[in-house]
Design a protein around this ligand. Structure first.
Ligand SMILES: [Zn+2]
Length: 298
């Protein structure tokens, strides 16, 4: 047993970890993109509050820690069900009361429940300094930023029977994988290679151009929440399951090979979801940290 076998083991463990990790949310690139896009739409107050909460490892950049909940979900087992929602097979709709629970049936343990919870933690701390000690606000910020990304990945609101596409084995071009992983990683990875010189910054820039150009008229409706709520993950989850039925599950039965026609028709959906995730994350953080001003002025 030399150092070599130790390294080999670590290498293998990393590969296994990355494989599992990839199955669990937008991949690293997806979460990075959502948070980078959000950064461009934050108010000064939100930026200041976020800077204070970020851990050192973020190096002052929220996007650097937006995948953190995926990295710790095997240590913090309780957080695993918070990344997704399973809906009834083939219904193509989502209802909080019916669907938001973990596999043991515990209520509110799903991605929309987690978004409400971490928003409440941050908001209550910024409205009432007494409660500040009650929560780890740095973790709350990282969880919230990650989960607003996850709820926009269509297969994070997928059928119970196939675990949001995780049990649907397909080929992505030549590689054997599963449908959930295709939507977390493969579409983005193939897009990076094919269109963006393998550079995520190029992809983010193109999405930003689309936001200011093609989607400019949609931004205010993406940002707004009904009844002046601080956060509103319900429509995001409903959109996701609807897109899952219309695009993700469609023509992707077990054993099928997904190639150019699937890739090129689904990539615009993925890019729009990354854009919506970023815009809505920024709008939510802006509302949470706007309450700070009221206190300062009171
Ligand atoms: Zn996740």
């Amino acid at each position: 047993m030399g150092g070599g076998s130790g390294l080999l083991w670590i290498g293998r463990a990393l590969i296994v970890f990355q494989l599992i990790n990839g199955v669990l949310g937008w991949g690293k690139e997806g979460h990075f993109a959502v948070c980078k896009i959000a950064e461009g739409y934050l108010t000064e107050d939100a930026l200041a509050a976020i800077k204070e909460l970020l851990p050192d490892s973020a190096e002052g950049d929220l996007a650097n820690v937006c995948s953190w909940p995926d990295e710790i979900r095997f240590h913090l087992r309780w957080s695993s069900p918070l990344h997704y929602i399973d809906t009834p097979d083939f219904k193509c709709n989502y209802e909080y009361c019916r669907d938001c629970h973990d596999s043991a049936g515990r209520k509110d343990r799903c991605v929309t429940g987690a978004i409400y919870n971490y928003t409440m933690q941050l908001k209550s701390a910024y409205q009432n300094s007494v409660s500040e000690a009650k929560y780890n606000l740095t973790e709350a910020l990282m969880f919230l930023s990650h989960f607003i990304g996850d709820v926009h990945q269509p297969l994070h609101v997928g059928f119970t029977g196939d675990l949001g596409g995780n049990s649907i084995i397909v080929r992505w071009f030549r590689r054997k994988t599963n449908l959930h992983h295709v939507w977390d990683n493969m579409i983005i990875e193939s897009a990076l290679k094919t269109f963006y010189s393998s550079n995520i910054t190029n992809m983010i820039q193109t999405i930003q151009w689309n936001i200011t150009d093609g989607w400019a008229n949609d931004i205010s409706s993406w940002e707004s929440c009904k009844n002046n709520h601080t956060v509103c993950p319900e429509p995001y989850a409903s959109e996701s399951i609807s897109l899952a039925c219309k695009y993700a599950y469609k023509n992707a039965t077990p054993g099928s090979t997904l190639k150019d026609d699937y890739f090129l028709s689904r990539l615009p959906i993925v890019e729009k979801r990354l854009a919506q995730g970023g815009i809505r994350l920024a709008a939510t953080l802006n509302r949470i940290f706007a309450s700070q001003i009221k206190i300062a002025e009171a």
